[in-house]
Design a protein around this ligand. Structure first.
Ligand SMILES: Cc1ncc(COP(=O)(O)O)c(C=O)c1O
Length: 451
């Protein structure tokens, strides 16, 4: 039995969307591009810590972290101060043409918090897609090889080049062909739904050997393959965690054929899983790391951090106007310090273990939860109509998500039928419990309808 939260963080004063929200939703529908998908009508007005408030005064516990960007919570006072101070001094002075200190300081920090003790260099940009696109261009430029490997179910961005890596939903590519042609996708190690129909560990991880035996040796010449893009925990694809020895084995194959490993930490990085980069859990050192999202607590920024020798591309070969903006860099420097000072990776590990425990207890009670997996505060609960057939339950999942929203918990899904738990790393046990109570209440109702 979990103690009731003393203070209430979730507060619904009018069923959302309330009148002010409805007015804005109407205007939004008229003038905002229809290419984006909104999960539910949350019209955010302000945020503090782990709570986001809408325009009608409703308060939601934020298990989304503004799409996994708010590791240190909404408007952390130190981030706000850093933004204000920097904005008063210097807002912009194009890094591709001139110099300023915050970008150098941030590059220095990024080389320290990414795996590998070798010399590194940093390329700055404005988003996750741009960070991956930089990694693609850098890998091609350095290796002079044209091909890439990526995973089915992966998400690496929606720019024209990264769209060719991304393979988690048909809508991301539909009517945009032809894409960059040189990307081959291999199955992600998704043990709950093994693409080969095998069982771990008896499978002996055929999914790794498949890459060598069926792809590299048969048609995807390694001497033409520049890099493989890897999400250490698949994010948009459904919060999928590979088995423990997977990445070590993969890295051996990639090294054997001199294929670069690009570690996409855009969703899983910045301490979310209890380490700066999720790939560290498996003791694997990538050649290039891409980061964005939580780096500057919601200000636009992205970065590709690579072994020094990979950044031998010539001046003018890749650049942009706004990358590593001084205000975003100052915010990011604070984010890194706060994660260290407030011991947020330790908190992510501790609260994440508790979150997994609670979800596993719920799994015992409600067969609609088929699988619970994750690391730190990157946790997924996969919904199924029946735990034996594992038939996905996307409608039930939507129903739970919408009920949560109406009751003051902002949470979204990932993949076909997985609920994603990605609260700010500052979350306390009390707020976690309050959010989980709302979640469990919704699951209970939906599970009862399934019987
Ligand atoms: C793993 C991963 N890579 C890349 C991206 C793309 O980032 P952005 O939306 O900033 O372009 C995302 C966004 O969700 C992501 O989760």
């Amino acid at each position: 039995m979990v103690a009731k939260a003393e203070t209430q963080n979730a507060k619904i004063v009018v069923t959302p969307p309330g009148p002010k929200a409805r007015e804005l939703l109407g205007k939004d529908a008229d003038i905002i591009s229809g290419s984006v998908v909104r999960w539910y009508p949350l019209v955010a007005e302000s945020g503090t810590g782990c709570v986001v408030k809408d325009v009608d005064g409703n308060q939601f516990i934020d298990f989304n972290s503004g799409l996994v960007c708010l590791a240190v919570g909404h408007s952390h006072p130190r981030v706000v101060k850093a933004i204000k101070d920097q904005a008063e001094k210097l807002i912009h002075y194009s890094w591709t043409d001139f110099y300023y200190k915050p970008i150098i300081d941030l590059a220095d920090q990024l080389t320290k918090i990414t795996p590998g003790s070798f010399a590194k260099k940093v390329f700055f940009c404005n988003s996750g897609a741009e960070a991956n696109e930089a990694a693609m261009k850098m890998a091609r430029w350095h290796t002079r090889k044209p091909l890439f490997l990526a995973y089915t179910g992966s998400f690496h961005g929606r720019s024209f080049a990264t769209m060719a890596l991304t393979a988690s939903k048909p809508v991301q590519r539909r009517h945009f062909f032809p894409l960059l042609p040189e990307v081959t996708h291999v199955p992600y190690p998704y043990c709950y739904r093994c693409p080969f129909g095998l069982k771990y560990p008896e499978c002996n991880m055929w999914c790794v050997d498949f890459i060598e035996e069926e792809v590299l040796k048969k048609y995807h010449a390694p001497e033409d393959t520049a890099a493989m893009f890897v999400e250490p925990i698949q994010g948009e694809g459904g919060y999928v965690v590979p088995p423990d020895d997977y990445f070590q084995r993969l890295k051996k194959i990639l090294d054997k054929y001199e294929i670069l490993t690009v570690d996409d930490e855009i969703q899983s990085g910045m301490g979310r899983t209890g380490k700066w980069c999720a790939l560290e859990h498996w003791g694997v050192t990538p050649d290039i790391v891409s980061t964005a999202k939580a780096l500057a607590s919601g200000l636009p920024i992205g970065a590709a951090i690579a072994k020094e020798e990979l950044m031998d591309w010539e001046g003018g070969s890749h650049a942009n106007t706004f990358g590593g903006n001084p205000v975003a860099c100052s915010a990011a420097l604070q984010v890194i310090d706060i994660i260290r000072d407030e011991k947020l990776m330790e908190n992510a590990t501790r609260q994440g273990a508790y979150l997994m425990k609670r979800l596993k207890e719920m799994q015992q009670k409600y067969p609609v939860i088929g699988d619970v997996r994750g690391k730190g505060l990157m946790v997924g609960a996969e919904f199924v109509k029946d735990p034996d057939t594992k038939e996905p339950a996307p409608e039930e999942l939507q129903d739970v998500m919408n009920k949560c929203f109406k009751r003051g918990l902002a949470i979204i899904t990932a993949g076909k039928s997985t609920m994603r738990f990605a609260p700010p790393l500052i979350i306390t046990r009390e707020i976690l419990d309050e959010g989980l109570e709302i979640f469990e209440g919704a699951v209970k109702e939906v599970a009862a309808q399934l019987r």
